[in-house]
Design a protein around this ligand. Structure first.
Ligand SMILES: [Zn+2]
Length: 414
């Protein structure tokens, strides 16, 4: 293969630039990010080869050059929690919400996840792929360089397989690194209303073996919430998934102090996600565990829920990740900059902390820390180049504005 090289010169600030960073940043590490002013960055075959100050910039020839003209360069976002394969939007429920119905009431009306399941059942695999691909292109434009995508709108063997095959096809065709999560235990289908236990058996005995057999999932997820899957259900499901080597990344503590965080930590979950309802016991459970808390402020915003206690978590010394929860019901947006704005404003995260949470810590929550999430020699060159701005803080500050001019994935300008 012919070698390809690229040199980015005159970078105003190169953020999160250091080798040998830990797999995730915790506590005060999240605000003390390494950076270089007036920097260069060189790439070779889609990987980061070298970086430093302009005074050390190599003088040998490169295939391609970018003059950053004092712009800011940082790792592309790693969005570790999305449901971006779906059959249709749900703006009518948005109107129900304005009229005053709660998430639980909308769910009881057959809306919510079951509404998405009905739309998904009526959408072909190729139409699902096409619409998901459009969303992938859109999130790349706002700076996303890696994404996790869940199933969970199928809620039957065939429909869950359909969703997971769409994700597999996206993995095969896209440059963007993708992780797939099997979320069969997202909600109880109407047919199982009288005997939810039988649906759990169906997930364990019919779906899990097929999903594992076809190698369709990297992780296993459960919606561990009041009115959905209990802690006991979750325990049973995670134990079954472990037999197939599927590590958990679960929905926890969104609607209540559900015990989801603790059950996730018990099963060595890679992440426990949401945490709108988290206090001292949840923070204690996460301390010194391998499990990272992933916070989804756009979902809290859209559902008008209390925001997760990011400040208390970081001050206690935890690392946290930020993600979009991109889905048609509770977070119909895959724009990471908007996540950062809410994290800074309502969760009192400093812009540096939000950057760490949305890049390296998001990579950790997808087990991509070795290859993504920072500017480190040998890592994959997934990068954002800003528009002409003075400081990274301008990005969360100037909400709604597109502040990212160029996105590179595997060294290729998208
Ligand atoms: Zn979610």
């Amino acid at each position: 293969m012919k070698m390809s090289t690229l040199l980015i010169q005159n970078i105003g600030q190169l953020l999160l630039a250091a080798d040998h960073l830990p797999a995730r940043l915790e506590g005060v590490q999240m605000r003390d990010l390494p950076f270089i002013k007036n920097a260069f960055l060189s790439l070779e075959n889609g990987l980061i080869k070298d970086y430093g100050t302009m005074s050390e910039c190599p003088t040998y020839p490169f295939d391609e050059y970018i003059d950053a003209a004092n712009r800011i360069v940082f790792p592309a976002w790693c969005d570790s929690h999305t449901h971006l394969v779906f059959g249709g939007s749900r703006e009518l429920e948005f109107v129900d919400k304005i009229k005053g119905l709660s998430y639980a009431e909308i769910a009881a009306k057959g809306g919510g996840i079951l509404n998405s399941a009905a739309k998904l059942a009526n959408t072909s695999e190729s139409a699902l792929y096409d619409s998901a691909l459009e969303r992938i292109h859109a999130i790349i434009r706002t700076g996303t360089g890696a994404v996790e995508i869940k199933s969970g709108y199928g809620l039957s063997l065939e429909a869950e397989l359909k969703m997971l095959r769409v994700i597999r096809r996206l993995k095969e065709t896209q440059l963007l690194p993708i992780r797939a999560t099997f979320l069969g235990a997202h909600a109880f289908p109407t047919a199982y209303k009288e005997c939810p236990e039988n649906y759990i058996q169906a997930v364990i005995e019919q779906m899990l073996p097929r999903v594992a057999d076809e190698g369709l999932a990297d992780y296993f997820d459960v919606f561990c919430e009041r009115g959905f899957f209990s802690v006991a259900d979750t325990d049973k499901l995670l134990e079954a998934a472990a037999k197939y080597g599927l590590r958990p990344k679960i929905h926890a503590n969104q609607l209540d102090f559900s015990g989801g965080v603790q059950i996730g930590v018990k099963h060595r979950a890679l992440s426990v996600d949401h945490l709108e309802h988290a206090g001292a016991a949840e923070i204690q459970a996460l301390m010194h565990s391998e499990t990272i808390g992933t916070l989804l402020p756009t979902a809290a915003f859209f559902l008008r829920l209390p925001y997760p206690p990011a400040r208390a978590m970081i001050d206690a010394g935890l690392g946290i990740a930020l993600a979009t929860d991109f889905n048609p019901g509770s977070s119909p947006s895959g724009r990471m900059p908007w996540v950062l704005t809410l994290a800074c404003l309502y969760m009192r995260m400093l812009p540096e902390e939000a950057l760490a949470a949305a890049t390296l810590n998001g990579a950790y929550a997808m087990d991509f820390s070795d290859s993504l999430g920072s500017i480190s020699r040998g890592k994959v060159a997934n990068l954002c180049i800003s528009k002409p701005i003075q400081d990274f803080a301008y990005i969360p500050y100037s909400f709604g504005e597109d502040c990212i001019e160029k996105v590179l994935i595997k060294g290729k300008i998208m």
